[in-house]
Structures are given as C-alpha cells and as structure tokens.
Write a protein that binds this ligand. Structure first.
Ligand code: C5P
Length: 221
C-alpha cells in the first residue's frame, strides 16, 4: 500500500459490540473488542479516506483523523448508520450487533426476591442493519461490506449469508477456541457477490484490514 487509493472517498465503519440493557446496571453483550473495526478505520484513513467510525463499547483510542461516533445499543447503531450511510461511498459493518434485545427494560435495578425463582428474560429481534443498508442504498455505486463469524462450514454459511444480506463483500472468519475475539490476529476469507473468494492468511488485524480495502478499491467506480 502506501498509496492514497481511498482519497476523496468517504467510508463508514462500525466497530465493537452492542450492549442491550436489561436494567440500569446490566446488559446482554458480546466479546467483540473492536480491534478489527478500528484497524479498518485506521487503514482507510491512512489510504486517504474520510472516515466515520460508529464505535460500540470499544476501549481503544480513536484512530488519528477519524470521526468517532459512540453508540451503545443496536438501535442506536442503526439510527447512526442510517443517518450516515447516504454520504458514504463504502459501508463496512464490522460491529458485532446483538441479534436480540431484552423485550422489557426495567427502569430500576432488577432485584432478587427471597424464595422466588428469577423471572425469565424475554427477547425481541433487533433490526438487521447490514441487510437494511444493503437494500436501501441511495448513493450510486456504494459498496457494502459485512462480516460473519462462523464456527463450522465457514464458506457455505458465508455464501448463504452474503446472498441473504445483499452486501457486495462478506468477510468470513472462523471463531471459537480463542480465535478472533479480542486477539490481535485474524484469518479470513473475503467472499464477493461476484463469486470471488480471497483467502487472507493468519496475520495482524491490520493486514486483514488492508486486504479488505484492496478488494473494495478494486470494485469502486
Ligand atoms: O447475521 P450475523 O449476525 O451473522 O451477521 C453478521 C453481519 O451482520 C455483521 O456484518 C454485522 O455487523 C451485521 N449485523 C447487523 N445487524 C444485526 C446483526 C448483524 O448489521 N442485527
């Protein structure tokens, strides 16, 4: 790299993991550290892009020159993404978005009651932001990139997800057994809606970030 091949482009990246509140002190969350999304934002800025980073519960310093918008829940992430997407040439949804949120938010801390069983937690579906952004593109030539963490049949599940979500590229990685989450390295296959399949060998998340931008740049008009 070393080239400003994203100069004049505006990219929107989401990073981290959403937290879905149960009450003022508790939430349902996930193990995403935000490292891959932050690496994507930093790499895009280094390649000349204007970068907006929707950051969900990440405890990392904001990359230099990147406009960071903090969000907490899937609904907040959706609102910020829908607002920013029409201005973006590329949207990369690297955040781990909770598929479900508690149906009820208790405004006071949920208490244990002596001699009583805890109440079950009812969940409702969150909107699928990636599918929505892919379907509702208004900006001509906009590219949408999604991520998929799979534990088995990685390529088959990845292809099916790419088609279901309607995005242009899907970065699939295998998770479980200490792979990917919270680590500094990643290994992935970048699947294209055009049928392409680009394996990225195990390496720093910065290298995967550049490999993803290479695929994006090759498809930008
Ligand atoms: O369906 P799954 O959660 O495996 O899809 C992962 C991809 O979809 C990621 O790019 C994630 O950011 C995005 N996603 C989303 N909204 C959801 C769930 C996932 O945008 N509610």
């Amino acid at each position: 790299v070393g080239e400003a091949d994203l100069a004049g482009r505006h990219v929107l990246v989401s990073a981290g993991g959403t937290r879905e509140p149960l009450d003022p002190v508790r939430f349902l969350g996930n193990r995403s550290s935000g490292k891959q999304g932050y690496a994507l934002a930093a790499a895009a800025a280094a390649r000349g892009a204007r970068v907006t980073l929707l950051s969900a519960n990440v405890s990392l310093p904001g990359p230099a020159g990147v406009d960071v918008i903090p969000v907490a829940t899937a609904l907040e992430l959706r609102e910020a993404a829908v607002k920013a997407a029409p201005e973006a040439d590329v949207v990369v949804m690297a955040a781990a978005v909770a598929d479900f949120r508690p149906a009820v938010y208790a405004t006071g801390k949920i208490k244990k009651v002596e001699g009583e069983e805890p109440a079950p937690v009812a969940l409702v579906r969150n909107p699928d932001i990636l599918a929505e952004l892919s379907a509702d593109r208004t900006r001509p030539g906009q590219l949408v990139v999604g991520f998929a963490a799979e534990t088995d049949q990685v390529l088959a599940h990845g292809r099916a997800k790419l088609a279901r979500k309607g995005c242009d590229l899907l970065v699939v990685n295998e998770v479980g057994d200490g792979k990917a989450f919270g680590t500094d390295t990643n290994e992935a296959v970048i699947l294209g809606a055009d049928g392409s399949e680009t394996p990225v060998p195990p390496g720093p998340k910065e290298e995967l970030a550049d490999a993803i931008w290479d695929q994006v740049v090759a498809r930008l008009g």
